[in-house]
Design a protein around this ligand. Structure first.
Ligand code: GTP
Ligand code: MG
Length: 204
């Protein structure tokens, strides 16, 4: 897919204030600092579309970006950052729950996982929440430039083995690096296929 246009539309804390639209949208979520905003910039080839930082907790709002006037990318605030107060964790939980429940155009959630880490509780819990809500998701293992391909593949295999203990059907996964752009084409191809299925389902 060629990205002809990528523009920022809104930032807010409430799902009811997000753009009213029938266009399919794809949300990026995962632990703080996992590389959500960076991946959005890599996919769109825009260096500063989504704000990134080496400190966790940079993205605090629900950010909508309109791509090619055809679909939305959504940058969400991360979870699992140790220094967050109980109150902010609770307001994050409410905001995300409300968002997930109130976006009928949400075509898929990308759950980003650091490719170097073993399974973490907040990620597993978040996948469980998506499963319970019936929200389709795929995994993206990020920052694969930071270690050898062999290590990444071994870690992913171990990760999927853990998921197998609780999931009947394993989620699809992809790998990415915002430094080398690895995975970019595959992710865009996936979005393009889901967009097509989304429109076919609406016409049926
Ligand atoms: P929050 O908004 O805080 O939830 O974080 P985020 O998940 O949006 O992470 P962000 O994209 O801001 O990236 C966090 C840090 O990781 C930044 O310093 C990025 O430069 C770095 N980073 C992100 N992706 C990659 C990657 O693929 N490879 C490498 N080497 N660094 C990355
Ligand atoms: Mg971010």
């Amino acid at each position: 897919m060629v990205i002809k246009e990528a523009k920022f539309i809104t930032s807010n804390t409430r799902a009811d204030l997000c753009p009213q639209t029938d266009l399919p949208e794809y949300a990026f979520i995962g632990r703080s600092n996992v590389g959500k905003s960076s991946l959005i910039n890599t996919l769109t080839n825009r260096l500063k579309l989504a704000k990134t930082s080496s400190f966790p907790g940079k993205t605090q709002l629900i950010n909508h970006f309109l791509i090619n006037n055809e679909w939305f990318l959504v940058d969400l605030p991360g979870y699992g950052w140790a220094k967050v107060s109980k109150e902010s964790r609770e307001s994050w939980r409410k905001m995300i729950n409300h968002y997930l429940k109130n976006r009928p155009n949400l075509a898929c959630v990308f759950v980003l996982i650091d490719s170097r880490l073993p399974p973490q509780k907040p990620d597993l819990e978040f996948m469980e929440l998506l499963g319970n809500m019936g929200v389709p998701f795929v995994l993206i293992f990020t920052k694969i430039d930071k270690q050898s391909g062999t290590k990444t593949d071994a870690n992913i295999a171990a990760y999927m083995k853990t998921l197998q203990e609780t999931w009947e059907e394993l989620p699809m996964y992809m790998k990415s690096s915002s430094s080398t752009k690895a995975g970019r084409e595959e992710i865009l191809q996936f979005i393009s296929e889901v967009n097509q299925r989304y429109h076919e389902a609406r016409q049926a």
